[in-house]
Design a protein around this ligand. Structure first.
Ligand code: SAH
Length: 234
């Protein structure tokens, strides 16, 4: 980052807090520290560019922040944890569901080859796309649409991350995960706590799920309201 970055100190302190949180939650997550690549990505992304105007001063507090439309950008520690749990080496094609302000996608763009991200709220998706252009993030592709369907034309993905909570793991996303791939997502009822869950698809196509941590995410909604009932009942 530039020497004259007024947020450099705040960002460094945030990294310390994330390291502390990682130690404090290691019993559940199995990781007492995140990789150097994950931490370097958090250190490099200017989070103050992703919050709402006027909220820049709180951008580096280790808390979720409102991003408009009743949505929130996750707590930086959770962004780091979910990124780390994908075990990316820089060659992967990643799918994100829930672009929001684009912060998580921008972090992923530094540890993966490319990121395809789907957002159901058109204004949020467009604003994130503009932000990527302005910040020179050129390996993130945004689609406005219903994340329950994934992004079939670009499948399969080496890794999938969902940043809104579905009641159960969407089938389309399991289908679009490459054998050997990882998925991380909160699973559980809306307006309740959910279980951050890691899904591994083995080379022979079997699916294994591991609970990681209790979390609180905004619900994953359906673009078509009628589907919501259908999904809840099937
Ligand atoms: N990753 C985001 C956090 C976004 S909060 C960030 O870094 O800012 C969750 C986002 O998921 C919201 O923007 C919400 O509109 C979106 N969302 C909810 N249901 C969705 C669905 N079915 N498909 C795509 N996006 C969805």
């Amino acid at each position: 980052m530039a020497e004259d970055d007024p947020y450099a100190d705040k960002r460094r302190r945030l990294l310390d807090e994330i390291e502390q949180d990682a130690r404090d939650t290691a019993f559940w997550t199995g990781r007492k520290a995140f990789s150097g690549r994950t931490m370097a990505a958090i250190a490099a992304v200017p989070r103050h560019e992703f919050v709402q105007p006027g909220d820049e001063v709180v951008a580096y507090i280790n808390r979720p922040q409102p991003i408009g439309h009743g949505q929130t950008i996750s707590q930086p520690f959770i962004v780091a944890l979910m990124t780390d749990l994908l075990d990316l080496n820089g060659t992967e094609k990643v799918l994100e569901i829930g672009t929001g302000c684009g912060y998580q996608a921008a972090v992923l763009s530094r540890v993966a080859a490319r990121v395809h991200t789907v957002e159901v709220v058109e204004e949020l998706g467009r604003a994130a796309g503009d932000r990527f252009k302005r910040l020179g993030v050129d390996n993130v592709y945004v689609r406005i649409g219903d994340g329950y369907a994934g992004w079939p034309e670009e499948a399969p993905f080496d890794a999938i991350i969902v940043t809104a909570a579905p009641a159960r793991i969407p089938d389309a996303l399991i289908r679009q995960l490459r054998p050997g791939g990882r998925m991380i997502l909160p699973v559980g009822r809306a307006h309740d706590r959910q279980t951050l869950t890691r899904v591994v698809k083995t080379a022979d196509g079997r699916v294994r799920t591991e609970p990681v941590l209790s979390v609180a995410f905004v619900p994953m909604v359906s673009a078509r309201p009628n589907d919501r009932e259908k999904k809840a009942n099937d």
